[in-house]
Write a protein that binds this ligand. Sequence first.
Ligand code: FAD
Length: 318
Amino acid sequence: MKVTEHIAQANGKTLFSLEIIPPRKGENIQNIFDHLDSLMEFQPPFIDVTYHREEYIYKKHPNGLLEKKTTRKRPGTVGICAALKHRYDVDPVPHIICGGFTKEETENALIDLNFLGIDNVLVLRGDAIKSEPQFKPEPEGNNYAIDLLHQVQGMNNGQYLDGDMENANPTDFCIGVAGYPEKHFEAPSLNSDLKFLKQKVDAGAEYIVTQMFFDNQKFFEFEKKCRAMGINVPIIPGLKPLKTKSQLSVLPSFFKIDLPDDLVDAVEACKNNTEVQQVGIEWGIQQSKELKANGVPVLHYYSMGKSTSVQKIAKAIF
Ligand code: FAD
């Protein structure tokens, strides 16, 4: 079932959902099951699975020459989605990205997802890899999320890359996109970023999932601006429970978000990360309560494969 159908069926009730990240290569899917088993009591109708593109590494040979090699740290998005669908009877939402893929490779992945009965995709551009100063698409790849969205929409209309419309079965993916309450870090202004978000919605995106934020006012202002410019699809807030002191600097530097002073003060006053985790849970409960009271369709938690904090927040909210 599509994410939008789950939201419509809930009839105004706020749903619980989460995002998981594939474990590093060599690990076992049981890690994911152990994590999710403890969260299924909150009945997530859908679960997002992130996608991680390959990186380049340089291997030094005895003669001093460097050999460029590709490596993927976290494989398995498609396989994990299939496993979740059949173990839990939930709708998995694979993330698909522009970076690292030609359009042919993207089409092949979408054919597999369609074959597996997966109804939703979150389309994203992806970030630059470590060895690149800025995002660079593959020569035959998609440049922006909207280009990838056009490709998925094309398949939904029976347009495959071989141009054979007569023998093509249209797919029927529900397409989600990302939104940034504190603006995407490359955008010159929030208004510019919102203009491109609106383009994605006008091109067929059916819902928006936001980057994490810790100050609900930022989300409410973002939502108000979206509505004012005619973005009328569901906007799903993404929430991350804080767990360690080091996240005070890691999260702003990695995700380009601000942390509210009250939260920073509370974390700085903690003696250890057990106390920080408790602060993160309490902050997450307050954020979730206020967002739910304001009628958000879904509370979407970035669980990163660790269930304790999300479980405690969900127990207080659902
Ligand atoms: P876009 O919508 O393409 O926007 C990228 C930038 O370009 C923005 O600054 C935008 O304002 C600008 N822009 C957009 N369209 C145009 C245009 N036509 N012309 C000029 N400028 C334009 N990354 C992963 O690698 N894997 C994941 O699984 C993943 N999951 C994510 C889930 C969520 C909910 C979020 C919020 C992010 C996720 N990311 C993931 C990170 C994401 O890939 C990065 O934030 C990336 O830098 C931007 O992706 P986007 O889809 O928002 O890009």
